[in-house]
Ligand binder design. Structure first.
Ligand SMILES: CC(C)(COP(=O)(O)OP(=O)(O)OC[C@H]1O[C@@H](n2cnc3c(N)ncnc32)[C@H](O)[C@@H]1OP(=O)(O)O)[C@@H](O)C(=O)NCCC(=O)NCCS
Length: 211
């Protein structure tokens, strides 16, 4: 029998996660948590059962939860929810699309989703509560900290280090051995050829700091 899973966050990223979870076929989605005004509506085939304020009660009734709110720029909301779920003692699985390619020599921690078409190569280490989005490439020996979002089609070449809470926009390229300071935001389509030691918002090819 499939395990029941409650999703937290019913927006666009949730719909992408649902497709991954359905194809992965380990969990039965028992419902979604979202804002109070949305309770009773549906996201694809699944009902919004409860609001964020009711998480404590839901944790008494269900064992396994997964965060499906998106992360553009700051990962603080996802981090806050992750810490709340940990404090409630529930299980937060790793979800890997059957259409992704993850090396058996890679390590991926709880709460992280690896979406369709992504590649995670040997020696890579991905922290907790990350989004490795559709068709992203995490090359050998990269380390991605907790609560990061590596967006669609981005490439992290070998041995890059991405600090906790960073957002790497869609279609970015990090040259090999690049360090990205935690909580940095790298705009869509950017190319990073030198390490970034100070958190900020960076865009362009090569990147320049805008904030
Ligand atoms: C970097 C980003 C977060 C900045 O957003 P913002 O703070 O609202 O910034 P603005 O749109 O006001 O842009 C500020 C300046 O940076 C430039 N800029 C913004 N994003 C840029 C990018 N990705 N590449 C090049 N220049 C960019 C703008 O043209 C603007 O320049 P100007 O001041 O000369 O007019 C956003 O543009 C971005 O790239 N988001 C990522 C989206 C994405 O990848 N989503 C993935 C979902 S899976």
């Amino acid at each position: 029998m499939k395990k029941e899973l409650i999703l937290i966050g019913g927006g666009g990223h949730c719909r992408s996660c649902i497709d991954v979870i359905e194809k992965e076929n380990t969990y039965r989605i028992a419902g979604i948590v979202d804002k109070r005004g949305k309770v009773g509506t549906r996201v694809l085939a699944y009902e919004i059962l409860a609001s964020d304020e009711e998480l404590d009660t839901l944790a008494g009734e269900h064992k396994t939860f997964f965060i499906t709110i998106g992360q553009i720029k700051s990962g603080s909301k996802r981090k806050e929810l992750f810490e709340k779920l940990k404090a409630l003692g529930v299980e937060i699985p790793v979800i890997i699309s059957p259409l992704a390619d993850v090396s058996k020599h890679a390590r991926i921690q709880e709460g992280t989703i690896v979406m369709h078409g992504a590649h995670v190569n040997a020696g890579a280490e991905i922290g907790k509560n990350c989004i490795i989005n559709t068709c992203a490439i995490i090359e050998h020996d990269c380390k991605v900290g907790d609560h990061c979002h590596i967006s669609t089609g981005s490439i992290l070449n070998g041995e890059c280090l991405v600090g906790e809470g960073a957002f790497i926009g869609s279609n970015c390229v990090l040259s090999n051995n690049i360090v990205i300071a935690g909580n940095s935001v790298i705009g869509a389509g950017s190319v990073v050829i030198r390490r970034i030691d100070e958190a900020g918002t960076y865009v362009g090819n090569p990147v320049r700091r805008i904030l």
